[in-house]
Write a protein that binds this ligand. Structure first.
Ligand code: GRF
Length: 187
């Protein structure tokens, strides 16, 4: 199988990145992680790039040439697919256009509910019955692209924000690779 050269964008802990790295080591998994981009030099996830010897770059989104740096590196590493895994910045519309239907994101709610930040506190405040995660294509509107995979669970009366996050992330580790397999199954 020819694996898609993929770039994973992160900003923090990188547990989804780590999970994708493990999956990508399987010959039958459709992507190879060829590049990691972080907008934060202190993101813990960078350690996985180092540990697994995957090229990585740090970008400073405050600098005007940052978009160029991203595009140049995507070209350099022949990237054809992008996964946003906890990337806390908005992706530029030119990048979205260039990678039309080839950028996906994982979000910790059952979209279209709870787009944006602080999903768990808003769910609890709203007395939601269910929580979960969504993997979706990225378009120009925040957390609004077509859904690829969703996974849900029932919220327990004892659940707080931390527990919701833990339970959601367990589902994320299944949903992200499943979504990737689903995308490339027919391609
Ligand atoms: C995930 O929960 C994801 O849903 C959200 O950011 C979090 C990233 O976690 N977009 P990690 O950095 O992969 O541990």
């Amino acid at each position: 199988m020819v694996k898609r050269k993929t770039c994973v964008f992160i900003s923090g802990r990188g547990s989804n990145l780590k999970n994708l790295i493990f999956h990508s080591r399987d010959n039958n998994f459709p992507i190879k992680i060829s590049l990691i981009i972080s907008n934060d030099k202190n993101a813990y996830g960078i350690n996985y790039a180092k540990k697994f010897q995957i090229p990585f770059i740090i970008i400073n989104t405050k600098l005007r040439n940052c978009e160029n740096k991203i595009l140049l590196n995507l070209k350099k590493y022949k990237i054809t697919f992008i996964c946003l895994a906890g990337y806390m910045k908005i992706i530029s519309s030119s990048l979205i256009k260039k990678f039309n239907k080839r950028i996906i994101n994982i979000h910790p709610s059952l979209l279209p509910k709870f787009k944006g930040l602080n999903t768990f506190s808003r769910m609890l405040k709203n007395k939601e019955k269910k929580a979960g995660c969504t993997v979706h294509y990225v378009n120009e509107k925040l957390d609004s692209g077509i859904t690829i995979t969703r996974k849900s669970f029932f919220i327990d009366s004892k659940d707080n924000e931390l527990l919701l996050k833990k339970k959601t992330q367990i589902l994320e580790y299944q949903a992200f690779p499943e979504a990737i397999i689903k995308i490339f199954r027919n391609n």
